[in-house]
Ligand binder design. Structure first.
Ligand code: SAM
Length: 206
C-alpha cells in the first residue's frame, strides 16, 4: 500500500497523541521566536504541524503524497489556518524548490529515504544561516516496525551516533540527540516496542 492509500486512515488516536508529544519535543529543543519561518518535510496529514503552526510566522508543508496532501488541505480549510502553505513535491526529485527557512523539522520520514546523506544535504541547503534542523525518527530496531508494510525498503531505524556523523559531514554544528518517546505498536497481532529520538542541529554558515 502507498502513502496515498494510507492517508485516509492515517489520523488514528495513537498518531494524533504522538504528534502532540513530538511537536512539543521539537519546540522545546529549539530557541526561536515567533518571527521565524518553518518547514515540515514529509508532513503527511499535518499531525505535527497542527500543534506548531501558531508558534511560527509561516509554516511550509511538503509531502510527495497527493493522498496525504488532500487530507491536509481539507484540515487547513476546516480549521481556517492562514499561515500554512502546502506543496506536493518529492524533495529529492526537484531542484526548483529554492525557498529558505529558519527551522526545518520532520517526523518519521527519514527512515523511508534510502540515501540519508542526500536528504540531509538537501535540507541543509534549504536552511537560513543560524537555522535549526530537527529530525524525529525511530531508534535502530530489528525490522519488526515495518513488518506490516510489505513494500518497505527503507532503514530499520537509525543509530543516533551514525546519523549525527552524517549531519556533521553535511556541515551541521551543535548536533545533539536523545531518545524521548517509548511506545508499542501492534504489528500483525503482536505488540512490538519502539522508541523515538530527536536530533537537533544548526547551520552556522551562509
Ligand atoms: C511515515 S509518514 C509520516 C507523516 C508525518 N510526518 C507524521 O508523523 O504523521 C512519511 C511521509 O513522508 C513523505 N515522504 C517520503 N519521502 C518523501 C520525499 N522524498 N519528498 C516528500 N515527502 C516524502 C511520505 O509521502 C509520507 O507522507
Amino acid at each position: 500500500m502507498s502513502f496515498d492509500e494510507y492517508a485516509k486512515t492515517w489520523d488514528t488516536e495513537q498518531r494524533i497523541n504522538r504528534g502532540k508529544i513530538i511537536a512539543n519535543e521539537i519546540w522545546n529543543s529549539i530557541g526561536t521566536d515567533k518571527n521565524s519561518t518553518a518547514m515540515e518535510f514529509g508532513c503527511g496529514t499535518g499531525l505535527v504541524s497542527f500543534n506548531l503552526y501558531d508558534k511560527f510566522e509561516t509554516v511550509t508543508l511538503i509531502d510527495s503524497s497527493k493522498g496525504m496532501i488532500d487530507i491536509l488541505n481539507d484540515k487547513i480549510s476546516k480549521y481556517e489556518i492562514n499561515n500554512m502553505t502546502v506543496h506536493q513535491i518529492d524533495l529529492l526529485d526537484t531542484d526548483s524548490f529554492d525557498m529558505k527557512f529558519d527551522v526545518i523539522y520532520n517526523s518519521m520520514v527519514l527512515h523511508h529515504i534510502k540515501d540519508t546523506f542526500e536528504i540531509v544535504n538537501k535540507l541543509y541547503q534549504l536552511l537560513n544561516k543560524d537555522g535549526y534542523l530537527c529530525i524525529v525518527d525511530i531508534d535502530e530496531e530489528d525490522g519488526s516496525f515495518h513488518k506490516d508494510f510489505p513494500d518497505f525498503d527503507g532503514h530499520n531505524g537509525f543509530n543516533q551516533d551514525e546519523l549525527k556523523n552524517i549531519l556533521t559531514s553535511a556541515g551541521f554544528c551543535d548536533v545533539e540527540s536523545n531518545t524521548f518517546y517509548y511506545d508499542e505498536k501492534n504489528v500483525e497481532g503482536e505488540k512490538i516496542n519502539y522508541s523515538l529520538f530527536i536530533i537537533t542541529a544548526r547551520k552556522f554558515a551562509d
